[in-house]
Write a protein that binds this ligand. Structure first.
Ligand SMILES: Cc1cc2nc3c(=O)[nH]c(=O)nc-3n(C[C@H](O)[C@H](O)[C@H](O)COP(=O)(O)OP(=O)(O)OC[C@H]3O[C@@H](n4cnc5c(N)ncnc54)[C@H](O)[C@@H]3O)c2cc1C
Length: 267
């Protein structure tokens, strides 16, 4: 983990309320693994005081230099300030942080991304492609205006399944339900080493965990808990997890953000 003042290479709108920001990331990009995040100071100085966490979408080569790309959605003050930044502006970044996805050797994988959750999944898909594994990519959004990154995942060779709440793109269905339907079409033997990876809103993650349990498929998920310090000190991002017959609180920033779905206590 390293704190540095990076330079913004580009900051462009990619869909409704959503932006892609590419940062010069010398010294950080080669250490980043799928599912890790950066903690970003969104203002010019110490206002807002708390950094905001963003998944590392991918590492890119820009003019022979390594850069990292984040994808973000404007939801409040910090992300609104981020959208105002221009190429060449400095930006204070801490990272890479957290423990990302544990990539075994699955034959088939199901990546389930809800909205901006897609940001945590691209580097993962890149790694899975290197392992020559079949990837089903499920993406859910409110409507076609919110669909992001589809072409990036398609270019990797993923089988794309889009679901929208209003049916304006893909299926008019919730993604965990569509996931269940697709799993049913695959012969059981092929699913023995399958894995599900997910990132998105908590309700989508909960339903995906239930679908995974029913289908007896291992499932890891990246949690977007509200985060303070990002380095395990402030305890603001804890999530209730199973521990034997009891429970414990795990810090998403330090222990995660990726956890096994089976260890989370959904409330
Ligand atoms: C590990 C991790 C990775 C993340 N990766 C991304 C990413 O790649 N792209 C992206 O757009 N967002 C990501 N998020 C969520 C992002 O950090 C928040 O949306 C951001 O901090 C909001 O800041 P704000 O100042 O704009 O909003 P605030 O003013 O702080 O909050 C505005 C609204 O956003 C909601 N919100 C705030 N923080 C979070 C959060 N952590 N998760 C969900 N909702 C939140 C609040 O409930 C509130 O309704 C990630 C979160 C975590 C923990």
């Amino acid at each position: 983990m390293k704190q540095f003042i990076s330079k913004i290479i580009s900051n462009e709108r990619i869909a409704k309320e959503q932006y892609s920001m590419v940062l010069d990331a010398a010294g950080m990009s080669e250490k980043a693994t799928p599912g890790q995040f950066v903690h970003v100071r969104c203002g010019h100085d110490a206002d807002p005081l708390l950094r905001r966490p963003f998944s590392i979408y991918r590492v890119r080569d820009v003019g022979g230099q390594k850069a990292i790309e984040i994808i973000y959605k404007i939801v409040g003050r910090g992300t609104a300030l981020l959208a105002k930044k221009r190429p060449g502006d400095p930006i204070d970044v801490l990272g890479p942080l957290g423990n990302g996805f544990n990539i075994n050797n699955p034959s088939i994988t199901f990546i389930v991304a809800g909205g901006i959750g897609a940001a945590a999944c691209y580097m993962l898909a890149e790694e899975l492609v290197k392992k020559k594994c079949k990837i089903y990519y499920f993406f859910g959004a409110r409507s076609k205006d919110y669909v992001i990154c589809e072409e990036d995942f398609r270019a990797l060779g993923c089988e794309i399944h889009i679901c929208t709440d209003d049916g304006s793109s893909g299926h008019k269905k919730l993604i965990p339900d569509h996931l269940t339907d697709i799993i049913k079409e695959i012969p059981k033997a092929e699913l023995s080493t399958a894995e599900i990876y997910a990132c998105g809103p908590m309700i989508m993650l909960k339903k995906t965990a239930e679908a995974a349990e029913k289908a007896k498929i291992r499932c890891q998920m990246s949690l977007e808990a509200r985060m303070g310090c990002g380095v395990g000190a402030c305890m603001s991002c804890v999530v209730k997890c199973k521990q034997g017959d009891s429970f414990m609180y795990k810090r998403v920033c330090k222990y995660g953000p990726v956890l096994n779905a089976s260890e989370i206590i959904w409330e």
